[in-house]
Design a protein around this ligand. Sequence first.
Ligand SMILES: NC(=O)c1ccc[n+]([C@@H]2O[C@H](COP(=O)([O-])OP(=O)(O)OC[C@H]3O[C@@H](n4cnc5c(N)ncnc54)[C@H](OP(=O)(O)O)[C@@H]3O)[C@@H](O)[C@H]2O)c1
Length: 268
Amino acid sequence: MPGIAGPSFRRALPTTDGVRNRSPVTSTASQQIALITGATKGIGYATARELGKRGHVVFVGARDPERGMKAVTDLSEEGIDARCVRLDVTDLATVEAAAAYVDTEFGRLDILINNAGVSLDRPHRPSGLPVAVLRAIYETNVFGVVAVTNAMLPLLRRSEAGPILNVSSELGTVSFLTDQATLTAQNALLLGYNSSKAALNAITLVYAAELHDSQIRVNAVSPGFCATDLNGNRGIRSAEEGGASVARQALLADTPTGVFIAEDAVPW
Ligand SMILES: NC(=O)c1ccc[n+]([C@@H]2O[C@H](COP(=O)([O-])OP(=O)(O)OC[C@H]3O[C@@H](n4cnc5c(N)ncnc54)[C@H](OP(=O)(O)O)[C@@H]3O)[C@@H](O)[C@H]2O)c1
């Protein structure tokens, strides 16, 4: 267990969360249980791999079970204890079923990484982005994070630490958005994506404030500009580098809550 200062295990047990109130399964008490949404590829997969290589049990959140099983097979071949969990963050039934599955298997969750994300803006200019597309981006990048976080919170409360990391982007940073030259130079006029990450940043801070008396730290993390399907593989870092960075932050014992973590010191 990471050396997080915080409430004792027993104090952290929920009493009125509507989920079975039971002690964590002792046989896995020394093993950390992590759930990564959107872990079939890209940064999410790389994060799962990094955590798995460090001995964590990793739940691979996958909206498509076949892609999820492929990821789990690949991770298992590296000796990682990976489990596929069907989880479409836009589908509340799968979110709730995923929480029930983790509960049945381990009775707690030690790390939640809200990684699943989409960028559907291209090829539209901001003023031409159909509202239906904007809504679809928010369903995943914003509402999905809230749905998963709320469903997993009772399990995280049963962990000694239970950090939540929201995978965000400097494209959601307000000071970046105020720099029109940078925005246009980087072809980052993404109305849906950028504003969804700005909303995610605010959501991160609000959860951090609500949970500040608990042991659960809630932070945003930027993996850097990574070459993945999300951006047509135009990033300057690899997905492996991005995932390693996210995993490293998830394992830090002394991170405060309510911060935006990035190697290049991204402001909110
Ligand atoms: N790449 C970058 O430079 C960069 C920079 C900053 C932040 N980020 C953030 O990093 C995260 C991962 O992005 P990536 O670059 O690794 O992109 P990616 O390679 O396209 O991977 C996105 C992942 O999210 C999953 N996903 C999409 N919609 C989902 C849904 N409704 N429910 C569950 N899973 C869903 C995808 O599953 P499928 O396999 O089913 O498609 C895939 O596993 C995103 O939040 C992104 O905004 C990326």
